[in-house]
Write a protein that binds this ligand. Structure first.
Ligand SMILES: Nc1ncnc2c1ncn2[C@@H]1O[C@H](COP(=O)(O)OP(=O)(O)OP(=O)(O)O)[C@@H](O)[C@H]1O
Ligand code: SF4
Ligand SMILES: [Mg+2]
Length: 354
């Protein structure tokens, strides 16, 4: 395969936010790449920095109260160095983004057609071309009949249809990257599956990359090629989805996988349930951020920061211990009859078939 340039290369990114209660170190030295035509998932519990990472790529944080360090290269250009005006051109044109709640992003007083058209005219499309393209876009995202629907207002649409409209707006200028932040969380299960299917279809037909953010490893298994697992502002493990599911090296990844519902209609509904809570991101963390919640914690985990280790060319993780030791400990716990620390499914139980 010929070597391709990374579409996105995030290098040593740190994002700190000033809040009334002191600085929040929301993203702490992350490295991540998104390749052309890849569906890359970021997965992790609430508050671990997923949205902050996405908003940093789009430079959507309040720049007066946010301090960035590191680089976010988009086709080699550092987005963090662009002037605000230059960034406006990237946003929407090169990179599109959709959010969890389309209702908040759409203007209730304007027809969906005019809002999609505006997403194009602000990037230089003439009005006639934009109008014609609205119909094509609505068709592409499965809104029928597009001519009639273009004249409707957001309140005349269901949650799933509004999310489709948001997707149409985000892809209107044919971006190379679509960022989808929990795009299905607010939707019911059947509609969630349809929206995920639509994202895959659009990714393939338009050859774009998708960066999807989710708290649900089930979504990762269904549609992603590559996954970055985030915890407490860092990426604790990353790799091809097959590698991560079949050979997870970090206990947090193992716990997330174990908390996927095995099957059935609740597939996307349940939240992750790992006992305990992530650390407060206002504090500096010495040692491993998962120490204290991890069932394999040793004293040194509180004292020593785990370095990034390679499990393969594409698979990286940050844990001081080895999986072979985990297996021994699990076997010991099983022999002694002590309960495992995950309530519902044992670490080997919920992996499921890909
Ligand atoms: N504007 C803000 N000011 C101060 N702290 C913030 C702000 N926005 C987010 N944070 C904090 O930054 C951290 C990361 O937040 P982020 O929104 O990225 O989490 P997340 O992983 O997307 O969570 P969720 O799954 O709930 O959306 C959290 O601790 C959050 O409280
Ligand atoms: S370094 Fe220690 S606490 Fe952290 S994940 Fe590994 S075993 Fe668990
Ligand atoms: Mg979020």
């Amino acid at each position: 395969m010929p070597e391709t340039q990374d579409l996105i290369a995030i290098k040593n990114l740190e994002v700190a936010l000033n809040s009334p209660r002191g600085p929040v170190y929301a993203v702490r030295d992350i490295n991540m790449k998104v390749q052309p035509a890849e569906i890359h998932g970021i997965v992790g519990e609430s508050g671990c920095g997923k949205t902050m990472t996405a908003k940093s790529i789009m430079r959507l944080n309040n720049e007066k109260t946010t301090l960035y360090q590191g680089n976010i290269l988009f086709e080699g250009t550092d987005l963090l160095q662009l002037k605000a005006r230059e960034m406006t051109r990237v946003r929407g044109k090169d990179i599109g983004m959709i959010f969890q709640d389309p209702m908040q992003a759409l203007n209730p007083l304007r027809t969906v057609g005019s809002q999609i058209a505006e997403a194009m005219t602000i990037h230089g499309f003439d009005k006639q071309t934009a109008k014609a393209r609205v119909i094509e876009l609505l068709e592409a995202v499965g809104i029928h009949p597009p001519e009639r629907r273009a004249k409707q207002y957001p309140f005349e649409m269901s949650g799933g249809q509004m999310q489709r409209v948001m997707i149409a707006m985000a892809i209107a200028c044919s971006p190379k990257l679509l960022i989808a932040d929990e795009p299905t969380t607010a939707l019911d299960v059947t509609v969630q599956a349809q929206i995920l299917e639509l994202l895959v279809e659009l990714q393939q037909s338009r050859n774009m990359s998708v960066l999807i953010i989710t708290h649900n490893f089930g979504v990762i298994a269904e549609i992603c090629h590559f996954v970055s697992v985030m915890y407490a502002g860092i990426i604790v493990e990353s790799g091809k989805v097959g590698e991560i599911f079949h050979d997870p090296r970090h206990p947090y990844t193992r716990d997330l996988i174990a908390s996927i519902p095995q099957s059935g209609p609740g597939m996307h509904e349940r939240l992750i349930s790992i006992p305990g809570a992530p650390p407060d991101l206002r504090q500096l963390i010495i040692g491993c951020p998962y120490a204290g919640r991890c069932r394999y914690t040793q004293q040194r985990c509180y004292e020593q920061k785990p370095e990034v280790r390679d499990a393969s060319d594409s698979h990286r993780f940050t844990c001081l211990r080895d999986v072979a030791e985990f297996a021994e400990e699990d076997a010991r716990v099983e022999r002694s009859g002590s309960p495992a620390s995950i309530d519902e499914v044992g670490p080997e139980g919920g992996v499921g078939d890909e």
